[in-house]
Design a protein around this ligand. Structure first.
Ligand SMILES: N[C@@H](CCC(=O)N[C@@H](CS)C(=O)NCC(=O)O)C(=O)O
Length: 217
């Protein structure tokens, strides 16, 4: 039986692929694992049946037989460990790829999410205009460092890995902010990720869900 993931019935990002089920779909596509999706409303996400799977009442989750997981990073890591294609075989290279997974989620994503929060829920605050440049400068600090490390390489450490999958997913949250445009090598890096057939399939699948919900199908 195929594993089942959960996703928004109607994603608040209107199908832009920024909800975290996209990174899990992408990983599943990279390793060639078919999957089913259970769509949830915001109400259903906070009901006991889903809270039993996800203590914070969020998406995505992952169920495979008697295993249930939450946290997109843990799900991608699980898939990368169980299947070939997302982590190198060499033990040291594998450990470095895992470092990049953590870097994406615990070093890059927090300041980027801070901007998302600022744009979504702080726009009407009197201090929003003063705070936003501070938030964006903190992102720039990280982008400077990441850009320096990536240089002209295609991927962060040799072959494409789960580290790149998560890093590209996180950087995509800056789409439309103009911040990535300041870093041509990072823009090209993100574009390389988006050009991967597995990413395209994942993106199209989540967009189809949003389009179906919007058309009332
Ligand atoms: N750290 C978690 C974050 C999960 C998360 O924030 N999910 C969002 C969608 S991308 C969500 O379910 N938001 C609705 C809510 O928190 O009520 C992960 O990476 O899976």
């Amino acid at each position: 039986m195929s594993p089942t993931i959960t996703a928004f019935e109607r994603s608040p990002d209107r199908g832009r692929g920024l909800a975290r089920d996209t990174r899990v779909r992408w990983a599943l596509e990279e390793v060639g694992q078919p999957y089913d999706v259970r769509l949830l409303s915001f109400t259903e996400m906070k009901e006991p049946a889903h809270l039993a799977l996800h203590p914070f009442g969020q998406i995505p989750t992952y169920e495979d037989g008697d295993l249930a997981l939450f946290e997109s990073g843990a799900i991608v890591f699980h898939l990368a460990e169980r299947h070939a294609g997302l982590l190198p075989g060499d033990a040291n290279a594998r450990a470095r790829a895992i470092s990049w997974m953590f870097a994406a989620l615990s070093t890059m994503e927090p300041p980027i999410l801070d901007r998302t929060t600022a744009m979504l829920v702080e726009r009407d605050k009197t201090w929003h205009e003063q705070r936003l440049p501070l938030v964006e400068d903190r992102i720039r600090d990280r982008l400077d460092e990441l850009s320096n490390r990536l240089g002209e390489a295609d991927w962060l450490d040799g072959e494409f890995s789960a580290g790149d999958l998560l890093m590209v997913s996180v950087l995509l949250r800056l789409s439309g902010s103009g911040l990535l445009d300041e870093y041509p090598n990072l823009s090209a890096y993100v574009a390389r990720g988006e050009a991967r057939p597995a990413y395209k399939r994942a993106f199209d699948a989540q967009l189809a869900v949003f389009n179906a919900a919007s058309s009332g199908c």
